[in-house]
Design a protein around this ligand. Structure first.
Ligand SMILES: C[S@@+](CC[C@H](N)C(=O)[O-])C[C@H]1O[C@@H](n2cnc3c(N)ncnc32)[C@H](O)[C@@H]1O
Length: 191
């Protein structure tokens, strides 16, 4: 596993999606509309494999879990010890501490929902797309594709998400775009 740590956050027999309200759990600028849409996308794959790059407080992980209580849920973060995932025991996720640009080499499951919200610099988003999107034949969700002008002043690297996603999408034939609120952009694989 290339030196990365691997941890199971167990549900201990509890019904995770009734314990935590995904609409109020702390998150990094994840709006209410985004939370609902992420939950709905997960709900299309109730027994699927869901991967969230960029865990932080675990908000987007909780949205995925709320939509698919029985799915196999993975979270990947380069520095998960920096933030506390709320109600980690109830999340029932496999939490992977490592660089998403490396971890994908050891990830062998087919992915149904891939949520990319890791390093927002252009080259990093490009590398996440190259490493992870080929493993997904379902839905890919990008967060922070459309940041606010305020965010861009404070975090100019957010512009990298838009550039990398736009450059990827124009070369694609298998993916079509689906409606997405606020800063999300969502694509669906066409069989
Ligand atoms: C915007 S935050 C994610 C917010 C989270 N989705 C939420 O719901 O609150 C970005 C996260 O990506 C992580 N990150 C940055 N670079 C990374 C990399 N190369 N591999 C994995 N995670 C990375 C950071 O540690 C941080 O936790």
């Amino acid at each position: 596993m290339d030196g990365s740590q691997f941890m199971r956050a167990s549900a201990k027999g509890r019904a995770h999606n009734t314990v935590v309200d995904y609409l109020t759990v702390p998150g990094a600028q994840v709006t209410q509309a985004e939370r609902k849409r992420i939950k709905d996308m997960a709900g299309l794959h109730p027994n699927g494999v869901l991967v969230n790059i960029g865990i932080m407080w675990g908000c987007t992980l909780w949205c995925l879990r709320a939509g698919a209580p029985k799915a196999r849920l993975y979270g990947i973060d380069i520095a998960p010890w920096k933030w506390e995932i709320k109600y980690k025991d109830e999340l029932d996720a496999i939490l992977w501490a490592g660089d998403s640009h490396v971890v994908h080499k050891d990830f062998n499951d087919d992915i149904n929902v891939l949520l990319i919200d890791g390093d927002h610099h252009y080259n990093s988003v490009q590398r996440d797309i190259a490493g992870w999107v080929p493993k997904c034949k379902g839905h890919v969700i990008f967060h922070d594709y459309a940041p606010t002008p305020n965010n861009l002043k404070q975090f100019p690297e957010l512009a990298g998400v838009r550039k990398a996603v736009d450059e990827w999408f124009v070369t694609q034939v298998g993916w079509v775009e689906r409606p997405a609120p606020d800063s999300l952009r969502i694509f669906e694989w066409q069989k």
